[in-house]
Design a protein around this ligand. Sequence first.
Ligand SMILES: C[S@@+](CC[C@H](N)C(=O)[O-])C[C@H]1O[C@@H](n2cnc3c(N)ncnc32)[C@H](O)[C@@H]1O
Ligand SMILES: COc1ccc(-c2oc3cc(O)cc(O)c3c(=O)c2O)cc1
Length: 400
Amino acid sequence: MARFSFRQYLTQHLTRREHGYDSDELLQAQVHMSNQTFSFINPMSLKCAIELGILDIIQNHRHPMTHSELVSALSIHPAKTGFVYSLMQILVNLGFVRRQKLSETNQHLPIHLSSLSDNPPAASFVPKKVEVDEEEGYVLTSASWLLLEDNPLSMTPFLLSMLSLILTQPWHHLGSWFQNDDPTPFYMAHRMTFWDYWGNKPSLAPAFNDAMTSDTRLISKVVIDKCKGVFEGVESLMDVGGGMGTMARAIADAFPHMDCTVFDLPHVVADMQGTNNLKFAGGDMFETLPPADAILLKWILHDWNDEDCVKILERCKEAITSKEKKGKVIIIDMVVGMENQNGDEESLKTQIYFDMLMMVVLPGKERNEREWAKLFSDAGFSNYKITPSLGSRSLIEVYP
Ligand SMILES: C[S@@+](CC[C@H](N)C(=O)[O-])C[C@H]1O[C@@H](n2cnc3c(N)ncnc32)[C@H](O)[C@@H]1O
Ligand SMILES: COc1ccc(-c2oc3cc(O)cc(O)c3c(=O)c2O)cc1
């Protein structure tokens, strides 16, 4: 049988309009498809760069770093040095690294928070060929700043946990999950729920906890700076599903007169140490919650389906002690389509990705304002207020 390349096939068989095909369109479609298929290469390359310490090496060099300087600084097998170029090409195209003339002195190296706007990341993959030009060197962009080792707000734990086998295997079950009655693709891959998994495999829990903590460090700063008023008059606060207590600890430190409690599954809080105004309590949020003026739910409700959310919200309503304005549930979660301060498409993209993640890993989803309002009303709450100022997320105050 004669063998044809795809291009030959297209030009010989499908070029004529009367067949209903246009070869240019098909070739363009082929490029689009290839690039979609290859998009997994982006985060995998980033993971590799982190493992090799490339971003920290460029940062610590303090000047634009030539390609040969970078290669010599890497601990890699001598036979592999020629391949570093390919990896760097991806990092440049993804906007994590930029090429800069050695003669262009940059007063802001190494990069730090105050110089972020001088080195913004490219908005998305902007294809450009990286030439090996020893007159130029690599410098970091602000996107890399969030992946540096000594950055307390580092997003590296998030990237590494998302790309771990535990969280990537479930995606291979997505198609069959749509056709069977298993609760989640995660369940199909691991034969247990997401929360049971971390309870049963304690050695793997730190990776997940680190990812959560890295997000909470950033968000707690913003909430305390920008949304201080939300905590006005609140004397006791219960962070339900508060995990390692990062958020509650930040609130307890910022408001020393507030009594804060982290409520989470018993195995999560078993070894946690409290402080003067911070306690840990183990239990199940579907049963009874200890009383408090205000109840915080950060990244909880999007983990659950509507029926379970209403149950959790009902338990919260029963636990709220105060009939005044301070008596409320404070939710930090996404409100899909809600214009935030940046009002940008990147936030909407994050919301769409998170919605998929919640479906694959947990029986959850992201909700728009109408869906949130229905949950609040079904759980017996009377009123709510949305403050959309947390990037892709919002802060929602819900009143009994
Ligand atoms: C997505 S994490 C969010 C953690 C924390 N609020 C944050 O944003 O960093 C969800 C938390 O809910 C807790 N959780 C799950 N099921 C629970 C239950 N039935 N009762 C109490 N906590 C639960 C988990 O242990 C986990 O800490
Ligand atoms: C630093 O940025 C991030 C850190 C962690 C995560 C994240 O968030 C969630 C939230 C959930 O409610 C359930 C989850 O399974 C996860 C994650 O697995 C995860 O990594 C996102 C951004």
